[in-house]
Design a protein around this ligand. Structure first.
Ligand code: ADP
Length: 633
């Protein structure tokens, strides 16, 4: 009869899929399996140290905390041993077999979707695939473990990675911790070579805070870089540590290394990645800083120190002043941690400000990669001023990005407000009717491209007493008074001023258009802003911009088209022609056709047109009419 607790087990379905992918992948960078095993060993050592420091009793408390890697070249076996927390029988069954990691399903899906080897490689590289990666090099793995919390048992886990594993009781005198015995595949014999293993550990595990030995030799040498004085650290060391921490193949764009003594002691070593990690996809959960207390890792990827908008930063925070026995659950409420957080945020913002002042090109690169996340800071009221200074925008004239401060410096005489426009792209500025008067008067406008920008403008509301104003809601009377700075299309073709009679009929034409469009528009009125386009649509609500309205409607899943005010440009040749037609016959069908067309074209420009069929058939109707006039010219 089998011993109590022993048995044959099937891997959970997701894990089977994961193994299937790993075992058969021709992943070029198989050596990372060792990084995963060493990192698990290091975690296990962190856990036991944590308990000991918290005053808990553990098995063999005087055992050195270290990791030993040894090899048997003849038998093609590699062994990784730690003196860490170990696993109980149940933990063994769960941790390596039945409970899949939260990212596993994601990994499997992305790996299955990969089109070729290089895509698959990059999926494997991006996810830390953990323990199971050992099956890329092993045809059998034997895990022997003794838990520090259930000291009278040791267990042996065995699998060839083909779908099942077995558990049997281990030796009575097994030491505390875990040994992983890796039986190497024929094509993975190189991993039984100690020199090769040393190089792999130096490359991937140099910053593990516990000693790692290969045979008799200690391999990793660097500890707690964040505690070293800044001047003694070379850029290469920062780069190496960053790569160790993030698995990024590129070095960081920027390093923020700082410390504070009062009111609370901490060291922080933070990195700005060169590329946004957000784009990698499936990586979203993996952010936050590693929190250490007196060099002991307390929490990996802590999400409380940095607010979401600084979530692009990676790195380490270490404090002397936090209690070592702090539980992960109460961290969030910890007052000291909150103080550290405030101080770290302040440091980061002032670092970014210096960067923006001293190295504007580098700052612009930062903005392009991380600006999207950073903009979430609009909700951080405590740092509103710093936040506003750090924002960057495109404008029509400036090829480089502008800050609000430099925008204000370029104000036109008498300008009080900061103007912005929401656009789908830079090209859309060319045809945006709201910008015509700004172009003509040479008044600069900030270009916004993302929905979040509306929230940023809305919540900032003012910058140094200048209101943020959407072009739609601009003070047109003031703009009108400004001298023209640029010619617009209508200058050469601008018709003569209307006679008094024409003006009266014009009012009639506006009413006629309103009658045709009915409830779809709130009113039809003369425009002051239009210089080239015949008509445009304007939000009838003087508080909410169209962009914000669009976001609100999107959130409430409202797909109807909101009624808008239509503004008509009396100097547009097209409108003058309509006026003549209207003078002859106020009910002429052509006015219907033209009004519908103008309305829908304006909707299209505003991004509201969902069904262009009417527009297309009307264009064809127009072309039929105009071509018959044209051929008879
Ligand atoms: P991860 O380390 O990302 O959680 P792994 O698949 O590498 O995922 O490991 C799964 C779990 O198995 C770990 O979370 C840990 O609980 C346990 N484990 C793995 N290796 C060891 C070890 N050497 N000592 C103790 N527990 C371990």
């Amino acid at each position: 009869m089998a011993a109590k607790g022993a048995g044959n087990f099937k891997f959970k379905a997701e894990i089977r899929q994961l193994l299937e992918i790993l075992v058969h992948s021709l992943y070029s960078n198989k050596e990372i399996f060792l990084r995963e095993l060493v990192s698990n060993a290091s975690d296990a050592l962190d856990k036991i140290r944590f308990r000991q420091l918290a005053g808990e009793e553990v098995l063999s408390p005087d055992t050195e905390l270290d990791i030993h890697v040894s090899t048997d070249k003849d038998a093609n076996i590699l062994t990784v041993t730690d003196t860490g927390i170990g696993m109980t029988r149940d933990e063994l069954v769960e941790n390596i077999g039945t409970i899949a990691h939260s990212g596993t399903a994601d990994f499997v899906r992305q790996a299955q979707e990969a089109k070729d080897k290089s895509q698959l490689d990059s999926v494997i590289g991006q996810f830390g695939v953990g323990f199971y990666s050992v099956f890329m090099v092993a045809d059998e793995v034997i895990v022997t473990t003794r838990s520090a919390t259930a000291p009278d048992e040791s267990w042996v886990w065995k699998s060839n990675g083909e779908g099942t594993f077995t558990i049997t009781p281990g030796a009575e005198d097994a030491p505390r911790g875990t040994t992983i015995e890796v039986h190497l595949k024929d094509d993975a014999k190189e991993y039984a070579d100690p020199d090769r293993l040393k190089r792999i550990i130096e490359r991937h595990s140099n910053f593990i805070s516990h000693p790692i030995f290969v045979g008799e030799d200690r391999v990793n040498t660097v500890e707690a870089l964040w505690r070293e004085p800044k001047f003694s650290i070379k850029q290469e060391q920062y780069d190496e540590f960053y790569k160790f921490l993030t698995f990024d193949s590129e070095g960081p764009a920027d390093v923020i290394h700082t410390s504070a003594d009062a009111p609370i002691q901490f060291n922080a070593l933070l990195f700005v990645p060169s590329k946004s990690m957000d784009l990698l996809g499936g990586y979203q959960g993996q952010h936050g800083l590693d929190l250490y207390v007196r060099r002991v890792l307390i929490q990996h990827e802590n999400k409380d120190i940095l607010p979401e908008y600084l979530g692009f930063l990676r790195g380490v925070v270490d404090s002397e002043d936090l209690p070592l026995n702090i539980s992960r659950e109460t961290l969030q409420e910890n007052v000291l941690l909150r103080k550290i957080s405030q101080s770290v945020v302040k440091h980061v913002l002032s670092h970014l400000k210096k960067k923006a002042e001293n190295e504007p090109e580098k700052y612009a690169e930062f903005w392009k990669e991380h600006g999207k996340i950073f903009k979430l800071g609009y909700s951080d009221f405590a740092h509103r001023e710093d936040f506003a200074e750090l924002l960057r925008f495109e404008t029509p004239a400036m090829p480089e990005l502008t800050s609000l401060a430099s925008y204000v410096e370029r104000f036109k005489e008498g300008q009080k407000d900061i103007y912005y426009v929401t656009l789908s792209s830079r090209d859309a500025a060319q045809t945006n009717p709201h910008l015509e008067i700004f172009r003509k008067k040479g008044v600069e406008v900030l270009f916004l491209y993302e929905p979040i920008d509306e929230f940023v403008m809305d919540s900032l509301a003012v910058y140094k007493e200048h209101r943020m104003v959407s072009v739609e809601l601009a003070d047109l009377a003031w703009l009108d008074e400004l001298p023209d700075e640029n010619k617009s299309d209508d200058d050469s073709t601008k018709p003569e001023a209307m006679t008094e009679e024409q003006e009266k009929t014009f009012t009639g034409l506006l009413e006629r258009i309103k009658e045709i469009l009915g409830e779809r528009v709130t009113e039809v009125r003369v425009s002051k802003r239009l210089k080239d386009s015949p008509v445009c649509l304007v939000s009838p609500d003087s508080h909410m911009t169209s962009g914000m309205q669009k976001i609100m409607r999107m959130m409430s899943k409202d797909e109807s088209i909101p009624p808008k005010a239509m503004e008509v440009n009396p100097d547009s040749p097209l409108i003058r022609n309509l006026l003549e037609i209207y003078q002859k016959d106020s009910q002429d069908d052509y006015i219907n056709l033209a009004s519908e067309q103008l309305y829908e074209a304006a909707l299209l420009q505003e991004g509201y047109l969902t069904d262009p069929h009417g527009l297309v058939s009307r264009i064809q109707d127009h072309l039929t009419r105009s071509s018959s006039w044209y051929k008879g010219r």
